[in-house]
Design a protein around this ligand. Structure first.
Ligand SMILES: [Zn+2]
Length: 161
């Protein structure tokens, strides 16, 4: 039987606004500002979903969970991630590993990474060792640096026997 390996990539941006809850990597980060979106606007989960769907050539998160559909208003993105993993497993795909980077000027993301890894690896049913989460600022440059938004990138490897 042929062993099939595929890679995927995800990119997403959300605006930051004062007074909103800031959901990032499946957990709530204490901060004055939060990300704006139709769902809970968890940018890290969204890029992981997009990378997984892209790897399987199954379109993107907006295709499966429309931001015009009221049933997804304010939804916990962990529910979407779980559904994406389910969609892939129906096609016979398993997750090899995930690497991701969050771009945020403040607050500091690094102290929260262990909790994010524990949370999201549990949602996806993968070992924590297979999920890498990194964080960077943009040295005060651009919309991230000016604290107007948060961005994230992810690459994934999926496989099927
Ligand atoms: Zn998003």
């Amino acid at each position: 039987m042929k062993f099939k390996i595929r890679t995927g990539f995800g990119y997403d941006v959300h605006q930051l606004q004062e007074g909103l809850d800031f959901w990032l990597g499946g957990i709530k980060i204490p901060h004055t500002h939060g990300a704006l979106g139709h769902s809970d606007a968890d940018v890290l989960i969204h890029v992981i979903c997009d990378a997984l769907l892209g790897a399987a050539n199954m379109r993107d998160i907006g295709f499966h969970f429309s931001d015009r559909d009221p049933q997804y208003k304010g939804i916990d993105s962990k529910i979407l991630l779980k559904e994406v993993v389910h969609l892939l497993s129906r096609e016979g795909y398993e997750i090899g590993n995930i690497d991701s980077t969050i771009c945020l000027q403040e607050p500091k993301v690094n102290p929260h990474i262990p909790e994010m890894k524990a949370c999201l690896s549990k949602v996806m049913g993968i070992p924590e060792h297979d999920l890498s989460i990194k964080a960077t600022t943009t040295e005060h440059l651009g919309f991230v640096g000016k604290k107007e938004g948060v961005a994230a990138f992810a690459t994934v490897l999926i496989y099927k026997q």
